[in-house]
Design a protein around this ligand. Structure first.
Ligand code: ATP
Ligand code: MG
Ligand code: MG
Ligand code: MG
Length: 359
């Protein structure tokens, strides 16, 4: 099968995507798949990478986006590069965040009629929008972290210049409902980009400005003090969850640095150090959350769990989670007996299955 791997992209998670995609490329079984690489620049240009680049990455070189033949979508036909249609069986968008994990690129795939790995338009966009996802989960009776949202009213607010009087009112409203500290985050982002823990009113304005620099909607949440538990889910209509793992951040929270920069930023512990019955409760909730969003293929579902207080909250779902062979998603699959290359086989098969089911 010829598989087109899309990576990079116009998102705060461009570098993370390059790491994930390099891992995917290196673990695709060469007897089954012929990989093609399409790099997307930070500006949004799609370039087919020369085969020598593919070979270099297979030999251990870092994956970056280099200029090359421009790739474009041909509705009802597929993808073309340098004036010729690409002969493809499957697209694998190893893209995180905006324009990759949010349904936009999935919409393009739908137009081409080429099968693809992972969630469709609705599952991706619901998963990406932390406010809408929570509303769906609340409707399903799944406990979520208490939240408010903020949408700027005009261009000035969108730039993060929120009048002092408005901010004061919001602070009072939010802290009355959610207490202090608060988490302020872009409603649609990932890898902790744009997230601030806000301990005082003085910190609110810069936190809002940061979040607004990544998205035009902001989510404000109660800060939960509990274990962070993550759960891998794989499948289409009847997905299965793997034994959850635990993330123990060594920073104030699991921020971008702790995830990718500081080698000692966090401990990943699988299985999570919680009673078995709670592991199973979390797995069940993860599957329910996945189905409620109509996710497909794969996702990593993130929770907060406090054993003594008996508190369990669903935090968020990631429909294209960090996907290197040492990422939490892959390690949880591996602990459950599904090693990385086998995950890739299964995801490609699930993409085909979903395509056949719907066409
Ligand atoms: P990713 O997609 O990489 O998992 P993200 O950018 O979607 O991350 P979240 O998972 O919502 O963001 O938050 C990132 C981290 O910030 C969490 O893992 C946790 O450490 C901390 N955090 C976020 N929200 C809260 C909260 N309400 N209470 C306590 N900690 C929080
Ligand atoms: Mg996320
Ligand atoms: Mg994410
Ligand atoms: Mg998360």
């Amino acid at each position: 099968m010829k598989v087109l791997i899309l990576y990079g992209g116009r998102s705060g998670e461009h570098e993370v995507s390059c790491l994930s995609a390099a891992s995917v490329l290196r673990h695709l079984n060469p007897r089954r798949y012929t990989p093609l690489l399409c790099g997307i620049t930070r500006e949004g240009h799609w370039f087919l990478q020369e085969d020598s680049r593919v070979q270099a990455v297979l030999q251990g070189a870092d994956l970056q986006v280099h200029p090359g033949a421009e790739v474009s979508i041909v509705p009802a036909k597929g993808f073309q590069a340098g004036g010729a249609l690409l002969d493809l069986d499957m697209v694998f968008p190893v893209l995180h965040g905006t324009f990759g994990e949010d349904g936009t690129v999935q919409g393009l795939f739908e137009m081409t009629g080429v099968p693809y790995v992972g969630s469709g338009v609705l599952g991706s966009s619901l998963g990406m929008d932390k406010e809408k996802a929570k509303q769906v989960w609340q409707y399903e009776g799944i406990p979520v972290v208490p939240f408010r949202s903020f949408v700027p009213e005009d261009h000035q607010e969108a730039r993060g210049d929120i009048p002092g009087k408005t901010l004061r009112r919001l602070w009072q409203e939010w802290t009355a409902a959610l207490q202090v500290p608060l988490f302020v985050k872009p409603a649609r982002a990932g890898s902790s980009v744009g997230i601030t823990k806000v301990h005082s009113f003085q910190e609110l304005a810069p936190a809002m400005k940061t979040a607004l620099s990544f998205d035009s909607k902001v989510l404000i949440e109660k800060a939960v003090t509990a274990k962070e538990i993550e759960c891998s889910v794989v499948g289409n209509l009847a997905p299965r969850a793997f034994i959850p793992g635990e993330v123990e951040p060594h920073h104030e929270f699991y921020d971008y640095e702790a995830k990718y920069i500081d080698p000692d930023g966090a401990a990943l512990i699988i299985p999570a150090r919680i009673p078995e019955k709670d592991q199973h409760r979390i797995m069940e909730l993860a599957v329910r959350a996945y189905r409620a969003c109509e996710a497909r293929g794969l996702a990593r579902v993130d929770f907060f769990f406090h054993e003594d207080r008996g508190e369990l909250y669903l935090n968020e779902i990631n429909t294209m989670p960090g996907f290197t062979h040492i990422s939490m998603f892959s390690k949880m699959c591996e602990a459950g007996g599904l090693e990385y290359s086998a995950v890739l086989d299964e995801l490609i098969a699930l993409g085909l299955q979903e395509f056949t089911r719907r066409n």
